[in-house]
Design a protein around this ligand. Structure first.
Ligand SMILES: [Fe+2]
Length: 425
């Protein structure tokens, strides 16, 4: 049993205690405290925004708190601390703590635990502070291109369905891929912090991204609702490395081993002038900005030298159906995103991207590459209702080839299996 599995079982075991209504944590060593029965901590840590030298740890709290992350390269020897200071201030939050670990070594395993201390200001000079509560010990490995093997798993269109999330998180744990890409429509609409904690940070009460980082790709539903603009508290934007990227902080490019993973954002599924958006949408210029980001990114040495490049976006960007809704009409909604396909498709081809992984249609589909469109497109199933296909698309580089498999979890069947050769562009 690996560490992830050990922690997962310990975590699930503690949930059972909580389920009996036993909420106290006294008598347990601090490090053995689970998270869901704690009156203070409301989710396991969720690793996000990974790079060769950094990673962001996000976790939820039930009341105002401060927190930090202790870490190191030897198990239970936490000789470094990330305090999360910003402009001189340490964290003080009511719902989500976000701590960036930086200065890490590439392709290196780190052990870590979160510390959460209740904290409340009474007045500017008067406060209450409690003892810290520590999470279990978890580990992660930073990305790096000095290795060949690399892997990813993709889930999508979960729409807060806890039965679907249980199937998916169990399968993700068994696969143990380097990253989990959550390819949009995590919720029906974004309404409040509690909903986001339940559907995203502890789906089916699983520490699904405590050891294998989450790469979030927004779906159209993730842009709707009263709280959509606060989603970044739980799912942080990527930090700017170039001022030209200030409009595209949901886009990512992660190089790991032989693989480069590119995140694109198709946005909403109707035109910006649709009355449903009440004049508050500007996704069309956002897709144009992403075209420029994509071309700059594919020219970066760490991406340009990757033998395999896979891109992810929620709404498919190609349809072979001439009558398909391209998201540019007031009737219905997009089954594919025509503008994104027109803007990004030629660039993906020019730089030899091999595969685009999409979602949104709630049904598995595969479009093989053609001489004109040299990238293939695979669309995952959806888990909105209990009758839909629930898929995990997973890719692994082994022996110099990229293998991509689509598993359907209700039937236990494999829906597709392809092998990609190294890029020639
Ligand atoms: Fe969607």
């Amino acid at each position: 049993m690996n560490l992830f599995e050990t922690n997962r079982r310990r975590f699930l075991g503690l949930l059972t205690v909580s389920g009996l209504g036993i909420t106290g944590i006294s008598g347990l060593p601090a490090q053995e405290n689970g998270v869901n029965e704690s009156p203070l901590v409301d989710s396991p840590p969720v690793l996000q925004c990974p790079s060769e030298t950094g990673i962001t740890v996000v976790w939820a709290v039930r009341k105002s708190a401060t927190g930090w992350v202790e870490f190191g390269t030897e198990k239970d020897k936490f000789d470094q601390i990330a305090h999360g200071e910003q402009n001189g201030l340490l964290p003080y939050q009511k719902q989500f703590l976000q701590i960036r670990l930086s200065g890490l070594k590439p392709n290196t395993r780190y052990f870590y635990r979160t510390a959460t201390a209740p904290f409340k200001y009474i007045t500017a000079y008067k406060f209450e502070r409690g003892e810290p509560e520590f999470s279990n010990t978890y580990s992660f490995t930073t990305s790096g291109n000095n290795k060949e093997n690399a892997s990813f798993s993709v889930i999508n269109d979960t729409h807060e369905n806890q039965k679907t999330l249980k199937l998916l998180t169990e399968h993700l744990a068994s696969l143990g891929s380097d990253y989990t890409v959550w390819n949009g429509d995590l919720v029906n609409s974004v309404e409040n912090a509690d909903q986001v904690v339940k559907a995203i940070l502890r789906p089916a009460d699983s520490p699904f991204a405590a050891e294998h980082p989450l790469l979030f790709v927004p779906g159209n539903h993730d842009y709707r609702g009263n709280w959509a603009r606060e989603l970044k508290l739980a799912l942080p934007h990527w930090s700017l490395t170039d001022l030209r990227d200030q409009e595209t902080t949901r886009n990512f490019a992660v190089r790991n081993g032989s693989l480069a993973l590119i995140g694109l954002d198709t946005g909403e599924d109707k035109p910006d002038h649709h009355p449903a958006w009440a004049g508050l949408a500007k996704f069309e210029p956002y897709r144009v900005a992403q075209r420029d980001w994509l071309e700059r990114t594919l020219n970066k040495p760490e991406i340009a030298t990757a033998p395999f490049i896979v891109a992810f976006c929620h709404i498919p960007i190609f349809s072979s159906n001439p009558n398909a809704n391209g998201g540019d009409t007031l009737e219905g909604w997009a089954s594919f995103q025509r503008q994104a396909g027109n803007l990004w498709g030629p660039i993906l081809a020019k730089y030899g991207v091999q595969l685009v992984v999409c979602a949104h249609q709630h049904r598995f589909h595969f479009d093989p590459a053609t001489p004109e469109r040299t990238w293939a497109q695979v669309v995952g199933g959806g888990g909105y209702s209990d009758k839909e296909q629930v898929t995990v698309i997973h890719g692994h580089v082994k022996s110099g080839k990229l293998e991509v498999v689509v598993d359907e979890l209700r039937s236990g069947k494999e829906l597709g299996h392809w092998t990609f050769e190294k890029r020639t562009t």
